[in-house]
Ligand binder design. Structure first.
Ligand code: AP5
Ligand code: MG
Length: 208
């Protein structure tokens, strides 16, 4: 099954993709994670992407589209995949149509004030797990691998606000776009725990 997770920064795409990946045995492809790995490794792509990410802007389409096309052509994507953070512009969606058809686009719905709170409290591990200070009970290491948790460089309050503005301007038009294509499924994430949201998401994906 080939699915896209669409939603504002901090809506919970990565958290829930990690669970889908285990339950449905398909790869979780996060363009944000790919960029961050490239920045850490100091690759040419990482050097080009860093400034945009640090400012909370989108990386230019031409740096993202071929990257995703190449990733989806790999063998582990034959059975399906979870795309997290792509497409993020109408141009990216149009480009994607040329190399893959997806089964559904799941739209994570969450209020802005909750988003800002969640992103400010987010802590991540190098193994890919995501946590929140609100649920960590003071723990500073990953429950899965024991590594030290850290805060993402773009999770500062002023950057989060910019990312939200960019989301409304550049990415939210995709909601209408995929509604018109008959692919959009809404997932209400307001006032609901990770387990509650995941239970709905899992049921949605099982029906595809
Ligand atoms: P990316 O890494 O994709 O960031 P993002 O879209 O801003 O999304 P986040 O990762 O911040 O949020 P999320 O929805 O994954 O939420 P999470 O699960 O962590 O992209 C980073 C940057 O890369 C972009 O700004 C851009 O520059 C660039 N980029 C990437 N893709 C691009 C593209 N296609 N084109 C151009 N540029 C691109 O959850 C957030 C927090 O909430 C966590 O702490 C979690 O524990 C908590 N949480 C989640 N659900 C719940 C719940 N139900 N209850 C309580 N807490 C919850
Ligand atoms: Mg994420």
């Amino acid at each position: 099954m080939k699915i896209v997770l669409l939603g504002a920064p901090g809506a919970g795409k990565g958290t829930h993709a990690q669970r889908l990946k285990v339950d449905f045995q398909i790869p979780h492809i996060s363009t944000g994670d790919i960029f961050r790995a490239n920045i850490k490794a100091g690759t040419a792509l990482g050097v080009k992407a860093k400034g945009y990410i640090d400012r909370g802007e989108l990386v230019p389409d031409e740096l993202v589209i071929d990257l995703v096309k190449d990733r989806l052509a790999q063998k582990d994507c034959e059975k399906g995949f979870i795309l997290d953070g792509f497409p993020r512009t109408i141009h990216q969606a149009e480009a994607m149509k040329q190399f893959v058809s997806v089964d559904a686009v799941i739209n994570f719905i969450l209020k802005d004030e909750v988003i800002i709170k969640r992103v400010s409290g987010r802590r991540v591990c190098s193994c890919g797990e995501t946590y929140n200070t609100a649920l960590l009970n003071g723990a500073t290491t990953c429950a899965k691998c024991g590594n030290e948790l850290y805060q993402r460089a773009d999770d500062k309050e002023e950057t989060i606000k910019n990312r939200l503005q960019v989301y409304y301007k550049e990415t939210s038009p995709l909601i209408e776009y995929y509604k018109n294509n008959g692919l959009l499924l809404d997932l209400d994430c307001n006032d609901r725990s990770i387990d509650e949201v995941y239970s709905d998401l899992n049921a949605m994906v099982k029906k595809l």
